[in-house]
Design a protein around this ligand. Structure first.
Ligand code: NAI
Length: 344
């Protein structure tokens, strides 16, 4: 099987080459992202392998179908960049449902601790032999209330770490996790209660029509003054302009953002020599209490190996059977329960 691999970074190749060679999958690496202008590169390939900022909209799907490309293998869990409804019965879409929830949960915690204990400031100060502690006062996590939106794999890993810190956990999810529901340490509450009662809010739900801008100007007003917002899920879960306003008005105490709504033209690339046109992002980055990382939460050795192994297994399974357990249904976003669109 020949696969066109888009948005390739140096850290992708070693594990994809290793698992690909072992299983007869040949990857051709393209640095460019997949979009309407680059879809032509998939000519002569059986499938494409794409990541979070590649575009798989209706126009790209039509182009891929014209080129006789049979399968889109996402090397990530989220699939908001794929027009699933349009893809249905035209092209198969496979994904990696989980590769290391710990990688993302631990990154969320790393950002939280960095921000509230001012580690990013301390690092720069001490490198300059400035050993002053002025302005470095943080707060204990122990005893604080964290609100977790989305209690799937990553949300649960995040909750476990928070419980280790001695935090009180409030959770919101459209579908309650039965284990967590039984736990005395975690309470499922309404979104409103989560907003009004949490000192820290962390987002671990997918981006869809219901969750778009789940944190916006109105919800920020409901939050406790000084709330810390963590977003390691998808940028458009928060209204970045509202976050900036919240930071400026001091309503938000800190924001930890691994994802950004307009990230696709910026993240994963070295833009250090460029003028950044995005004033909201530039202003956010200039704030002492905002930490931005470049969609990095997944990036651990363990996750990279799991991503490559599962993607290759998905493709092998698809080549053998014409479908695979990690194929997505456009309606429920899962293959496990519905078996490809039969859920409606
Ligand atoms: P998951 O599918 O295990 O959990 C998602 C949870 O969100 C589920 O419990 C689901 O019921 C819940 N949910 C669905 N719709 C909801 C709604 N309207 N309101 C509240 N909750 C809702 O997914 P997982 O593996 O925990 O990943 C979560 C998200 O993390 C992914 O969708 C992806 O966007 C993001 N992610 C980010 C990465 C990064 O590098 N920054 C890497 C991997 C995932």
């Amino acid at each position: 099987m020949k696969i066109a691999f888009f948005d390739t970074k140096p850290y992708d190749k070693p594990s994809f080459d290793r698992f690909g060679e072992q299983n007869g999958i040949k990857f051709k690496y393209f640095e460019t992202k997949l979009n309407e202008d680059t879809a032509e590169l998939a000519s002569g390939f059986d499938g494409v392998c794409v990541f979070v900022n590649d575009t798989v909209n209706a126009a790209v799907i039509d182009k891929l179908v014209d080129l006789n490309v049979k399968v889109v293998a996402l090397r990530c869990a989220g699939f908001n960049n794929v027009d699933m409804k349009y893809a249905f019965e035209k092209i198969h879409v496979l994904r990696v449902p989980a590769y290391s929830p710990y990688a993302v949960a631990e990154h969320a915690i790393a950002m939280l601790l960095t921000s509230i204990r001012r580690i990013h400031k301390a690092y720069i100060r001490t490198r300059d032999f400035n050993f002053s502690l002025n302005g470095m006062t943080g707060f204990d996590l122990h005893g604080k209330t964290v609100g977790v939106i989305g209690t799937g794999r990553i949300g649960k890993a995040f909750i476990n770490i928070c419980l280790g810190f001695g935090m009180k956990v409030l959770a919101y999810d459209k579908f309650h996790d039965t284990e967590l529901e039984k736990s005395e340490a975690v309470s499922y509450v309404s979104l409103d209660e989560l907003f009004t009662s949490s000192d820290i809010i962390s987002l671990h739900c997918p981006l869809n029509d219901e969750t778009y801008h789940v944190i916006d100007g109105d919800t920020i007003k409901k939050c406790k003054r000084g709330v810390v917002i963590i977003n390691t899920s998808r940028g458009a879960l928060v209204d970045a302009e509202a976050i900036l306003e919240g930071i400026k008005s001091r309503q938000i105490g800190a924001a930890c953002l691994d994802v950004y709504e307009e990230e696709s033209d910026l993240f994963f690339e070295d833009r250090s020599g460029h003028i950044i046109d995005d004033d909201i992002l530039a202003r956010l980055i200039s704030m002492p209490n905002v930490i931005v990382t470049s969609h990095q939460a997944f990036l651990t050795e363990e996750a990279l190996a799991n991503i490559a192994e599962t993607t290759v297994n998905n493709l092998v399974e698809f080549a053998k059977n014409g479908q695979c357990p990690n194929e997505l249904c456009y309606r429920c976003g899962s293959a496990e329960d519905c078996k490809l669109g039969k859920c409606f």
